[in-house]
Design a protein around this ligand. Structure first.
Ligand SMILES: [Zn+2]
Length: 327
């Protein structure tokens, strides 16, 4: 028994030493639950330490049978095997209500001239370096006001046989998802920002083909996609960022990762609760886009990373949710 006792002590010391490396100032309330406060939403109190990985040129695929498929991405970049990955399943009943500010753009009504192209993995809208870029206000910490600069916009989508949003809300997967990617101004670029805590903010907007008011910007964006017929071929497109965001900005907030390698865990995700609507016909223009894998359209496998475990990460909302009734 004495031997067993010593073994237990040694084991507990080892566990403490190992877990101590990962636990960062977790706060508990009276019931032993993580005290989800404004600060937790802003990046303090998660049970795991985020991993940061550099950009990589290594080939990756969405083909689940490929040696470079999503389940193997951790071989391409170790961050992809981390505990703070994205996308995750979101649940309105389990998310915590918080007084989160509603994000909006400074100069969101400016017109940004850009290039729409098929990257081989996504439809991507990028902008020249001399284009005035709006900044996203009211993200996270008060000291971060107006710190996040819009870098680019890309789209995830499925196929006639599969849905294409990365995040799932109350078990509902949508037809697609827009990602508006921002970097913290002090880092100067996405590739540098992915090496810093909270370096990136991604606004994720689900797309639905069910009936609803259509968003003009998305309509015109998909019209322009019709002009893309080859990988890296580009067409001009002018974006008004504020107009792509829905009028009602109910959102989920959580800390996660890039959803493609290198999967750096430096992303604040803001996931819009309600989808933008497009017609079923418009979705079809996405399904024929060629991929980087020779004569196979992107829609063959879609460009959606399968859900990953949330690992008890706090998920907050800026809207009154069911959980408020019970809190
Ligand atoms: Zn994305």
């Amino acid at each position: 028994m004495a031997q067993t006792g010593r073994q237990l002590v040694v084991l507990s010391v080892l566990v403490s030493a190992i877990s101590g490396a990962y636990i960062t100032s977790v706060e508990h309330n009276g019931q032993g639950e993580i005290d989800v406060t404004y600060n937790v939403a802003l990046g303090q109190g998660e049970p795991y330490k985020e991993q940061m990985c550099s950009p990589s040129d290594r080939h990756f695929s969405y083909n689940p049978s490929s040696s470079a498929g999503p389940s193997q991405w951790w071989r391409i970049s170790q961050c992809c095997g981390g505990h703070l990955q994205s996308p995750i399943a979101l649940d309105r009943h389990r998310a915590r209500c918080a007084s989160m500010p509603t994000p909006q753009y400074s100069m969101g009504n400016v017109s940004m001239k850009g290039k729409l192209h098929d990257s081989g993995h996504h439809v991507m809208l990028t902008f020249a370096s001399d284009v005035t870029r709006p900044r996203l206000c009211n993200v996270g910490k008060k000291s971060d006001v107006m710190q996040y600069v819009l870098d680019h916009v890309h789209m995830h989508f499925g196929s006639p046989y599969s849905r294409g949003s990365e995040h799932v809300i109350d078990d509902e997967q949508f037809q697609g998802e827009i990602h508006m990617v921002h970097y913290k101004a002090e880092h100067g670029s996405v590739s540098e920002a992915m090496l810093h805590r909270d370096g990136l903010t991604v606004v994720a907007i689900p797309i639905s083909s069910q009936r609803g008011d259509q968003n003009d910007q998305l309509y015109h964006l998909l019209q322009a996609v019709q002009g893309l017929d080859d990988v890296e071929h580009s067409v001009p497109f002018t974006l008004t960022p504020d107009a792509l965001l829905p009028g009602r900005r109910d959102m989920f907030y959580y800390r996660g990762s890039l959803t493609t390698p290198p999967c750096s865990e430096t992303v604040q995700f803001l996931v819009v609760d309600q989808p933008l609507h497009v017609s079923p016909d418009q979705l079809q223009v996405l399904w024929r886009l060629p991929s980087s894998e020779k004569s196979v359209p992107i829609s063959r496998y879609g460009n959606v990373r399968p859900l990953v475990p949330a690992n008890n990460r706090p998920v907050l909302t800026n809207f009154v949710c069911w959980c408020c009734i019970f809190q």
